[in-house]
Each structure stands twice: as structure tokens, then as C-alpha cells.
Design a protein around this ligand. Sequence first.
Ligand code: ADP
Ligand code: MG
Length: 252
Amino acid sequence: MSKVSINHIYMNYHSLKTWTKALDDINFEVEEGEFLTIVGPSGCGKSTLLNIIAGLLTPSSGDVYIDSEKLTSVSKKMGYMFQRDQLFEWLTVWDNIILGLKIQHKSIDNYREKINGLLNDYGLWDFRFHYPEELSGGMRQKVALIRTLALNPEVLLLDEPFSALDYQTRLNISDEIFKIIKKEGKTAIMVTHDISEAISMSNRVLVLSSRPATVNKIFKIEFAQSHDSPLKSREEPEFRTYFNDIWKELNS
Ligand code: ADP
Ligand code: MG
């Protein structure tokens, strides 16, 4: 049984004068604990697809299943991390992290230990009462991840989570965030337009065509010398080959 199953998803956007066909029969499965990355040309429908998987958007037709259960609205099993960290500048790190719990009317006391553990493990303990503007871009993304993890989702959805960061920070923070996701034992579906990032972090890379998006090909990523670090995987000899193959597929 797959953790997440995407079945014959079609999506059309309608406006008064026109309509846009965004997704055209998307099918794939994601296994428990897997890290799957979706790449595709700009505007092809990646965010649309992720929003549908999150239950934020209803597809024109087709179904998403999580643990064999049909998704009908936003599922508590899914946690969403956006391109920009969406932290509120007037709230401290702590208050940003507990925001989701507050919205869901959860008792913070039941989650305090878990959140403190995350803050401690991931280097943010000393910053818990600081405001977002006092943090670096990478630290802000980590706060955003902890906020998502506090709700204890089983599947993380990440929409270009590193694209607002400079290159150096991006490499380091993607490495750190990958390790956190693995340590917490989450299944992850990430969207990126960065092929290297996709290869370095994923078990499989799914290549979408230009709009309307269809699944062109799914690449299984395996390194003879496996690492728990995307930074190290980038140095493996297979990396180039995967890059060239995916590049060709994207431009075909
Ligand atoms: P990507 O994330 O791959 O860049 P999107 O999923 O954001 O692509 O968008 C796919 C297509 O759907 C684009 O042509 C975009 O203009 C269109 N689109 C996205 N959201 C809407 C919307 N709310 N209404 C109408 N068209 C939309
Ligand atoms: Mg997008």
C-alpha cells in the first residue's frame, strides 16, 4: 500500500473569458518514508499539483489517496512548507511555531515537549524568543519547518522551499532540512526547478512536461555509495549522469 496515491488528476482553471488546462492525467504513487521530488518547467503546474495533494485545491477530476483513504479536504496528515517562510514578523519564533496549534485549538501544553525538542535538536533553542527579522534566511526556513512538524504531519509537502535563499545558504539548509525530515521519519513530496537539488535529496525524481503537465518520466536515484547527506551525494560519480539524463528529459 502506498502512502500517497495520485490517480488521474486533471485540472483546468476557469475565468470569465478563458480557461487554462494545467494538469493532464497525472498518476503516481509515493511510498512511506520516500522522498519524491517533482521537477518541471516554470508554469507547468507544479504548485497546482502540490496544492491538490494538500487538499487546498479541488481537481477538475481525479483523486488523491492517503493511506488508501480518499482525500476530501485538507488532511491533518499533510504538512505544507512554502517557498517563502510565511513567518509573521510581529511574532517571536515560539509564537510563530505554535500558531498552527492555536488555529486548531490544540492545547499547547501537550506539544511543548515536542517543540522544545525540535528547537533544541535543530539549533534554534537560543532564538526561541527572538523575532524572525533577527534570524538568517536559513534559520527562518528551519523555524517554518518546525512549525510544520509541530503539527506532527506524516507527509511533508515542500514547494520550492529554498528558492528565496542565496546559493551557499541553499546548499547548507537543504542538507540540514533533508536530515531533519529523515530523522523525523517523514514522507516528503517536494517541488523544485533545481535539478541538482532534486537529485541530491530524492529517492525518485518525477519530470513533468510543460503545461498542461503530464508525467514524462520518473527517475529512480541510487548511488553506489549512499549518504544521508545531499551535500555528499552531489560529489558522487553518478550525479553527473542523472543530471544529464534529467536535463535531457526536461528539454525534450
Ligand atoms: P508552476 O508551479 O509549475 O510554476 P502553477 O501550478 O503555479 O505552475 O501554474 C500552472 C498554470 O496554471 C500557469 O499557467 C498559471 O498561470 C495557471 N494558474 C495557476 N493558478 C491559477 C489560478 N488560480 N487561476 C488561473 N490560472 C492559474
Ligand atoms: Mg510554483
